[in-house]
Design a protein. Structure first.
Lengths: 175, 184
């Protein structure tokens, strides 16, 4: 058997229909014979109905059209942001713009492999020259094993102007 | 979930804004009421409610139908309203100015002068009292009063247990009763 105070503190949950059947029956029986709990029940009911009434009155003044216009504007802004992003990506990733990236990426990978891995042939000095076709430049990579120094050198491909020089400069294995 | 509502959701997931407009028309007032109960200021509530529907549309592909759509929508709304309150921390002056319109409107609709005055005073005090609750307490009392959601549903929205919801509701009601005193 629960006390008056315990029942009073459970009135809210009881009104919300959140108690087990046995507990709810006990509270109902108590409330029928308790003026204090009956008053508390009425106050709780008035509290919630007043709150709902105030908010419903306010919400009833909100028309859908201006509300939806605000939502639609946000959606449209999001779409235009996405469209802008796609345009940028499309421009950036087109073939002509990627031309610069291919030799640079190859060089970076090559440099990364040869400088950080402990290859057996890493104990020797190395030099290599690559041409960047269509750009009129050569890239030279010079690496000294003892000091672990690497030099990347980009220079004009003088021979490219000369039709007779069709082969790129030969790579050398040591210097 | 109703078939027609699920159909609308599927269309929204394919990017159909027109289908989303139908869903928004169905729920916007209910979402607005919950948010207004938490942020109190009409313009702020409008802004948060619009942001709620925008975020819901943006993320609607993540909605798999495991819960009711409105539960999912309310979760977004309540989280945004709580975030908003923590950022803004508006004073009660805005609230009173804003809610004066509401109680006046209620007055014009009534026919019993004594009750009108009494309701107006109660409305003012009630809103003032709710403003003093914490965001979490506001959320539970408003969702329960406005929507009559079960503790389980509120718990799912708030990400906490039914016991926590029961405890928060009890505390919020007690605080409101203390503030309202003899007006109830």
């Amino acid at each position: 058997m629960r006390s008056h105070e315990e029942i009073k503190s459970s009135l809210g949950a009881w009104l919300d229909g959140e108690l087990a059947a046995a507990e709810a029956a006990e509270i109902q029986l108590h409330v029928q014979g308790c003026a204090s709990c009956l008053g508390e029940k009425a106050r709780l009911e008035k509290l919630e109905s007043s709150l709902k009434n105030v908010l419903e009155t306010e919400a009833s003044q909100i028309a859908f059209e201006p509300f939806w216009a605000g939502v639609r504007r946000r959606i449209a802004e999001e779409k235009s942001w996405r469209a802008r992003g796609l345009d940028w990506a499309r421009d950036f990733l087109t073939l002509p713009r990627l031309a610069w990236a291919i030799p640079v990426a190859a060089l970076v990978i090559w440099f990364g492999v040869f400088s950080s891995w402990d290859w057996p042939f890493n104990s020797t000095n190395q030099a290599a020259v690559e041409s960047i076709d269509g750009h009129g430049y050569n890239v030279a990579l010079l690496r000294e094993a003892k000091t672990k120094t690497a030099v990347i050198w980009v220079f004009d491909n003088q021979e490219s102007e000369d039709d007779s020089a069709t082969t790129p400069a030969a790579a050398e294995s040591a210097f | 979930m109703e078939t027609s509502e699920w159909d609308l959701i599927r269309k929204c997931q394919q990017g159909e804004v027109a289908a989303y407009e139908e869903l928004a028309a169905k729920y916007y007032r209910r979402v607005f009421m919950v948010i207004l109960g938490m942020v109190h200021h009409r313009d702020d509530a409008m802004d948060v409610a619009q942001e709620t529907f925008y975020r819901a549309f943006k993320n609607i592909k993540r909605f798999k139908g495991g819960s009711n759509f409105y539960t999912w929508l309310y979760r977004i709304a309540v989280n945004l309203a709580i975030d908003f309150q923590r950022r803004q921390k508006r004073g009660s002056v805005d609230l009173k100015e804003n809610m004066d319109d509401v109680v006046v409107e209620t007055e014009t609709l009534g026919s019993d002068p004594y009750r009108e005055v009494s309701d107006r005073r109660l409305g003012e005090k009630l809103i003032g009292a709710i403003a003093e609750l914490t965001p979490d307490h506001k959320a539970v009392i408003v969702m329960r009063a406005v929507e009559g959601l079960s503790y389980k549903e509120i718990g799912r929205i708030m990400g906490c247990s039914e016991g926590t919801i029961m405890s928060r509701l009890h505390y919020a009601r007690k605080k409101l009763q203390e503030k309202l005193g003899s007006d109830l």
